[in-house]
Design a protein around this ligand. Structure first.
Ligand code: SF4
Ligand code: SF4
Length: 355
């Protein structure tokens, strides 16, 4: 039976929860190569809660150091394209300082591995991920327009460097297929331990929403499916309705059924938690909603002229060239857009909303 730790915490006392996580989920670290992977979506400030908080990284790193590993690397692959924002993302968020000199740009060296040919015959994965003997994932408690929540499984999407992330969005072609693809990426290298920053979480139109929520928790598990089931439940979403959790269970990666998970701590749905516009409906059990999603007619990005600076980052990074700047703001071609939400994720002004 998988276990999930639900531990009260603030950023001032994260270490207590981290110590408890290592007690409950002892990972053999001494003499081994360790990679710690926070969620570093993009350039932002720590207080925007878009990335794993530096205090969580620092506490985990200091703990791992006491266990005498052969080496420790901290790294992630922010963004959709290799446009040099790796170091910048770590610096702006304060994560670079918390890396205590262990940061490495893991996007610079990768290995090709076989993938599900339904999507793509092979993908490149950061060499540091493949060669790590211990992989510790530090997800952030956030909503996500495409996958409803961004948790343990979604954090593994960052093992892919460069433009592949966008290309795979395109190869998936629909939200449900993207849920399935996400699991294929996750199982390329299942992390050994997950410690989630749920001290300040995100609700609403994540994964870069301005709507933050004090949750006051650190979650930990050695099973990502069990952890994401707890996260979905906290968000007020039935985990069994999420296609990526269904698919992970089909592949024997874990169980989302709460009856099959030992909870260490109190699990209670957060009152009035705001799910993204899909409202937890990106699932295959609701044919009506699914038909609307598949028809790709309901959700399209729309730039807010009051916030958009016309910088063009979204236009450059749209994997299917569905955006163009018209009268100083980006306009979407609904026939071309594949609803991957990359533009919303990467807009530095949070000017893109889904309509
Ligand atoms: S990335 Fe954001 S600010 Fe820049 S053009 Fe697109 S919507 Fe506007
Ligand atoms: S317009 Fe935005 S949501 Fe649509 S395909 Fe391009 S990046 Fe994805």
């Amino acid at each position: 039976m998988s276990k999930v730790l639900i531990h009260p915490a603030g950023y001032h006392n994260v270490r207590e929860a981290v110590d408890r996580a290592f007690e409950l989920f002892p990972v053999e670290i001494t003499g081994r190569k360790v990679l710690i992977k926070p969620n570093v979506l993009r350039v932002s400030k720590a207080e925007e809660a878009i990335v794993t908080h530096p205090e969580v990284l620092r506490a985990v790193l200091e703990k791992v150091e006491t266990l005498r590993p052969a080496s420790i690397v901290v790294g992630d692959n922010p963004g959709m394209f290799s446009y040099g924002a790796n170091e910048e993302s770590f610096i702006s968020t304060g994560l670079m300082e918390a890396c205590l000199g262990r940061y490495e740009n893991i996007g610079l060296d990768s290995l090709k591995v076989a993938f599900d040919p339904d999507f793509m015959p092979a993908v490149s994965v950061s060499r540091a991920v493949i060669e790590a003997e211990v992989l510790i994932s530090l997800p952030k408690f956030k909503t996500h327009g495409l996958t409803v929540m961004s948790g343990a499984l979604k954090n593994s999407y960052g093992i892919l460097p460069g433009a592949q992330k966008a290309m795979l969005h395109k190869a998936a072609g629909s939200p449900v297929r993207f849920h399935e693809l996400l699991v294929e990426v996750y199982r390329l290298r299942v992390p050994d331990l997950f410690i989630m920053d749920a001290v300040v979480g995100m609700e609403g139109n994540g994964p870069a929403s301005p709507e933050l929520r004090d949750i006051g928790l650190i979650l930990a598990s050695d099973n990502g499916v069990a952890m994401d089931s707890v996260v979905a439940t906290l968000m007020g979403c039935d985990p069994g309705r999420l296609r990526f959790l269904q698919k992970a269970r089909e592949l024997g990666l874990g169980d989302f059924d709460l009856a099959a998970i030992e909870l260490i701590g109190t699990l209670k749905a957060i009152p009035d938690f705001k799910l993204p516009p899909l409202g937890g409906e990106a699932n295959i059990n609701n044919p009506h909603v699914q038909q609307l999603i598949e028809s790709r007619t309901i959700l399209r990005p729309l730039a807010n002229p009051g916030l958009c600076t016309g910088c063009g980052a979204c236009v450059d990074q749209c994997p299917v060239s569905a955006l163009e700047i018209l009268e100083a703001i980006p306009v979407v071609d609904p026939e071309v857009c594949i609803s991957c939400f990359c533009c919303q994720e990467l807009c530095p002004e949070k000017a893109m909303a889904l309509q």
